[in-house]
Design a protein around this ligand. Structure first.
Ligand SMILES: C[S@@+](CC[C@H](N)C(=O)[O-])C[C@H]1O[C@@H](n2cnc3c(N)ncnc32)[C@H](O)[C@@H]1O
Length: 268
């Protein structure tokens, strides 16, 4: 398959997420969420992310979540005392869901449709904290460029908090007969392409716009952040999974893989 330009990959990822949105709404989790967000103290953040965000401190701060999807995590930031929260995503269909959740919530986040690579001027230099959670870094064709855009959104001294899947996991395929066989190179430079809707559990045998998943090594992530003027203050790896259920099988092993990481980087 011919690889698209960066711009085409980003646009196709947007179409793929839009094509996938209705499948996420068709789930029991969505119904649970609709009721849960009505609580003032609602949070879907796990202990790991809650701990890191509490250490960084979001109380009274202006926070942006880049790649906010249906906004459930953006809404959760109010439970940690955030003053104002902006969720940014390029999928209008997921932002519709985010606005629906917000309409049930006592809080008032702002949701903005934008490609992270083209953040509107009004978002630049505005935030104390920028949050990126599971399943965002890998949609970025160029991780260095991505961090430059993230840095632009922060005030001087502002902190980027990342809670992502570990790139070591990309070397394994949980769906093969031997899920521990090395399936692809850590240095895989071509994106993985999927043409079915993007769902977190199982598969939907339908055609969707191709989505392009790029693997970034830890070295590329660190160098990209540093080159964007983001000084790494914290980095920690964990043995638990923060991604699709399919990956749970790699947890609680004698020879344990790192499954996810948190990173905090501060704008100089
Ligand atoms: C896996 S979801 C994030 C899910 C979130 N961590 C959660 O648990 O609710 C990734 C999101 O990133 C968004 N995204 C991907 N590429 C983007 C880009 N270039 N600009 C803005 N959003 C993007 C997608 O539309 C999608 O909603």
């Amino acid at each position: 398959m011919e690889m698209p330009t960066k711009e085409k990959a980003i646009a196709s990822n947007r179409d793929a997420w839009n094509d996938s949105a209705r499948h996420h709404k068709d789930s029991p989790e969505w119904q649970v969420l609709l009721n849960a967000v009505a609580r003032r103290g609602f949070s879907c953040l796990d202990d790991t992310l809650t701990g890191v965000l509490s250490e960084v401190g979001v109380g009274g701060k202006d926070v942006v979540q880049l790649g906010c999807n249906n906004g459930r995590e953006s809404l959760s930031l109010f439970a940690l005392g955030a003053r104002h929260v902006v969720g940014v995503d390029q999928s209008v269909a997921f932002l519709d869901q985010a606005r629906e959740l917000a309409s049930r919530s006592p809080h008032a986040p702002e949701f903005i449709e934008a490609d992270i690579h083209h953040l509107p001027l009004e978002l630049q230099g505005r935030f104390d904290v920028a949050l990126i959670t599971i399943g965002v870094l890998n949609w970025m064709p160029d991780i260095g460029e991505f961090f430059q855009h993230v840095a632009q959104a922060l005030k001087p001294g502002g902190a980027l908090v990342v809670y992502e899947t570990h790139p070591f996991l990309e070397m394994f395929d949980p769906e093969t007969a031997d899920p521990y066989a090395l399936a692809s190179s850590y240095f895989h430079s071509e994106p993985f392409v999927q043409t079915e809707p993007i769902v977190y559990e199982g598969k939907i045998e339908q055609q969707a716009a191709p989505s392009y998943w790029f693997v970034h090594t830890l070295g590329a992530i660190f160098s990209g952040a540093l080159a964007a003027g983001l000084n790494i203050r914290h980095f920690k790896e964990y043995p638990h999974s923060n991604r699709e259920e399919l990956y749970d099988r790699y947890q609680r092993q004698e020879a344990q893989l790192p499954m996810c990481f948190t990173l905090v980087a501060q704008k100089g």
